[in-house]
Unconditional design. Structure first.
Length: 340
């Protein structure tokens, strides 16, 4: 029976009419959808009375991953959305999956790192060397990571070397890379800077398989001249005497590219028969100051003797500037001289 409405009846409903209304509503609700579920492209709906019915959604060819609905016409982005930039084109026929992947996944290029230069498998130290202190190498290694989301290693690996007086190279490695890569450089190469201070740099370059992006990793080897603190009874008057003091009477030295350093005197600087010498490459210019033990300026305790051509321990020569203490035995053992 249909619902009995008070507005239609014009008077209060009887108990019998109320019961009839509730019975009618209960049977009607059994036809409504209570729950729903999805499996692949099939939607399953369950009604209040427990009965079910299915709805199949047309997903185009295949219906599985990669076979989703396709674009009917070309789509050109005019804004940045995730990995999509203005101007990116999605052609008609492209899958919606491809569009979503471009939006949700930003491409990350591969990387290379940790370049090592080696001789017979042993890594050559990158510690600073004296000018003229050459080293030999015949192989190199480096690490690589894959790009994302494609999972591809970079390709077209090559190595170049620059800055050396000898042993410069340029070589193609390989188009097949992995996480760890080791390659020979052909015959052994002797790398050196024999006449000037500076750096020798090796660079490995690769490129992404997916884009035009390039990657690089490098390592360098520095070659410097030394600064010397000496103590000697030999007066420096020419190249030969300057060479003799450096060879035989050096108290301490350092590899650097500036005259600024802080050496420590020893007992020889306190010897009453010996002058204290400050010697460094002439290209660094004149001394500005010498501070004793971090407190007292003693620049006036030295005389500038001149510039002399001297060879280092590796037979490389340059012009060195020499300062001599006015007095012999001028500084006690342990005294620091901050030179600038």
């Amino acid at each position: 029976m249909p619902l009995t409405l008070r507005l239609v009846k014009g008077s209060e409903l009887t108990y019998s009419e109320l019961d009839g209304n509730f019975t009618y509503l209960s049977s009607s609700l059994n036809s409504l959808i209570a729950t729903g579920s999805v499996s692949s492209n099939v939607l399953t709906f369950t009604k209040g009375d427990g009965s079910t019915f299915n709805l199949t959604v047309n997903t185009g060819s295949g219906g599985g991953v990669g076979g989703g609905t396709t674009l009917v016409q070309n789509l050109t982005s005019n804004q940045t959305v995730g990995g999509v930039s203005p101007g990116d084109l999605f052609t008609a026929g492209s899958t919606i999956e491809a569009l979503l992947r471009s939006m949700l996944i930003t491409y990350i290029e591969p990387t290379i790192s940790s370049l090592l230069i080696k001789l017979d498998g042993t890594t050559r130290s990158t510690a600073t060397r004296d000018v003229g202190n050459s080293f030999t190498c015949n192989s190199a290694s480096f690490l690589a990571t894959v790009d994302s989301p494609d999972g591809n290693y970079p390709v077209s690996a090559s190595i170049t070397g620059s800055g050396a007086d000898s042993g410069l190279l340029q070589a193609y490695f390989s188009n097949t890379l992995s996480g760890t890569n080791a390659f020979t450089l052909g015959s052994a190469l002797t790398i050196n800077r024999a006449t000037t201070a500076g750096n020798v740099t090796f660079i490995v370059n690769t490129k992404s398989q997916t884009t035009a992006d390039t990657q690089s990793t490098n390592t360098g080897f520095a070659f410097y001249w030394r600064n010397y603190l000496a103590a000697s009874s030999t007066p420096i008057t020419d190249n030969a005497s300057a060479q003799s003091v450096i060879n035989s009477d050096t108290v301490t030295s350092t590899l650097t590219t500036t005259k600024a350093w802080t050496p420590t005197c020893d007992a020889n600087n306190n010897d009453p028969t010996k002058y204290t010498y400050i010697i460094y490459p002439a290209s660094y210019g004149d001394l500005s100051n010498v501070i004793k033990d971090g407190a007292l300026s003693v620049i006036t305790a030295f005389d500038k003797v001149g510039d002399f051509t001297v060879a280092n321990a590796y037979s490389s020569s340059t012009s060195f500037r020499v300062y001599q203490s006015k007095q012999k035995g001028a500084f006690g053992s342990g005294v620091t001289l901050t030179i600038s």
